[in-house]
Design a protein around this ligand. Structure first.
Ligand SMILES: Cc1cc2nc3c(=O)[nH]c(=O)nc-3n(C[C@H](O)[C@H](O)[C@H](O)COP(=O)(O)OP(=O)(O)OC[C@H]3O[C@@H](n4cnc5c(N)ncnc54)[C@H](O)[C@@H]3O)c2cc1C
Ligand code: SF4
Length: 348
């Protein structure tokens, strides 16, 4: 690992001012050499960042530690409710804090469930929600310095005709990463917003769904974070008491790993199981958390029963283009969508 300098940021605006580049920019190089220029990079829990540095994929000159910024890990509920949000989760809140938080568990259940099944207990105590949403993809070609693929500024995707069993089944024709954040699957279903701040202290808000960037828009970054910006919070909208949300994950093993497939559902039912509103999001399926809009449309205004749910679950896979080794994700995701809907509708 290259030597680097260390700065303790004391405020979000100071950290934003020090962040000269994003990790995506610092890792993109035409000749395959990670940039070791003047880059100063934000560090939260450091779980993903240090991995990249140890693999020599990233050589920042300076790390800007966010962990000492007062209040950036706070989760504030009703007392802080505003017109645009009901629950504010500071970007430095850890996955463990979120999984254990009583209000998150009760009102935004899918998020608590997604945090609870991410990684291992040790990692969850260190990993922050902000860092989790901004971690880089786990495509094994991307993570190996030897392969200089398109996403790092190279000329080809090695996964499309290589080992692609963990890759995307949607939107996979140029770069077939799956979005690495499990929490993002739930947060998109819950229609979360992101709050960001620049060095002048100016805040902007963006729907999380719009913050993520697909390879067709820009193959070299996964999100719309700009240099000189910091994520300060994740904002959750008010949820009616009738809204139920569920997150389900299927992994190769019970714990300690990213999902093979995961699904989040946010379902608002009127009496008699009449579907008022539903969001269905597939994780580990596409380069960004994937909204299964055909399935959502199939449920809108319907009375939910087992047959209606089963049909919608099939439609969730409409338009999928599995690669040579990941066709198994089709029945897996269909089953997860069906089970998540059945659970949210209290049919099981
Ligand atoms: C064995 C293992 C299993 C795992 N399993 C899962 C899993 O199942 N699901 C899952 O989702 N994840 C999983 N992870 C990934 C882990 O959850 C993430 O690496 C972690 O959440 C990153 O958070 P961090 O705080 O350590 O971020 P860091 O590593 O500190 O930062 C990550 C990125 O975010 C940027 N950043 C961090 N905070 C901010 C901010 N506030 N504003 C702007 N930029 C910021 C950094 O510059 C960097 O680019 C696993 C990791 C391991 C090692
Ligand atoms: S899937 Fe994307 S990250 Fe992986 S090798 Fe292809 S271009 Fe690179």
């Amino acid at each position: 690992m290259n030597p680097f300098e260390w700065t303790e940021a004391r405020s979000a605006a100071e950290a934003a001012g020090l962040a000269s580049t994003t990790v995506a920019q610092a890792m993109t190089a035409p000749d395959g050499t990670p940039l070791s220029d003047d880059s100063a990079i934000l560090k939260a829990g450091g779980v993903d960042l240090l991995d990249l540095m140890k693999e020599d994929l990233l050589r920042p000159r300076r790390l800007v530690n966010l962990c000492a910024i007062p209040g950036l890990d706070a989760i504030t509920g009703d007392g802080a409710a505003t017109a645009t949000h009901d629950l504010r989760i500071g970007a430095l809140a850890t996955l463990e804090q979120i999984a254990a938080h009583a209000e998150v568990r009760q009102r935004y259940t899918a998020l608590a469930e997604a945090a609870q099944v991410s990684a291992s207990p040790q990692i969850r105590h260190v990993a922050t929600l902000g860092g989790n949403l901004l971690q880089r993809p786990h495509c094994w070609y991307f993570r190996a310095a030897f392969y200089h693929c398109l996403r790092k500024g190279g000329s080809r995707c090695y996964a499309l005709f290589g080992e692609n069993q963990y890759h995307a089944i949607f939107d996979n024709h140029t770069c077939a990463i799956v979005h690495p954040s499990t929490a993002a699957t739930a947060l998109v279903a819950l229609d979360a917003r992101l709050e960001l701040m620049d060095k002048a202290g100016t805040r902007r808000e963006i729907r999380l769904e719009r913050f993520f960037v697909s390879p067709d828009t820009d193959i070299r970054r996964e999100n719309d974070l700009k240099p000189g910006e910091i994520v300060t919070a994740i904002l959750l909208p008010a949820s009616p008491p009738s809204l139920r949300s569920v997150h389900l994950k299927q992994g190769e093993k019970e714990t300690f790993d990213w999902p093979l497939a995961d699904v989040a559902v946010a379902l608002d039912l009127a009496p008699e199981r009449h579907c008022r509103r539903v969001a269905i999001v597939l994780g580990a399926a596409a380069p960004v958390p994937y909204r299964a809009r055909a399935a959502e449309a199939a449920l809108a205004g319907k009375i939910l029963d087992e047959a209606v749910v089963a049909r919608a679950a099939r439609e969730a896979l409409d338009g999928a283009t599995p690669l040579a080794e990941n066709g198994y994700k089709m029945p897996l995701l269909e089953a997860l969508v069906r089970r998540a809907l059945m659970k949210a509708a209290e049919l099981i």
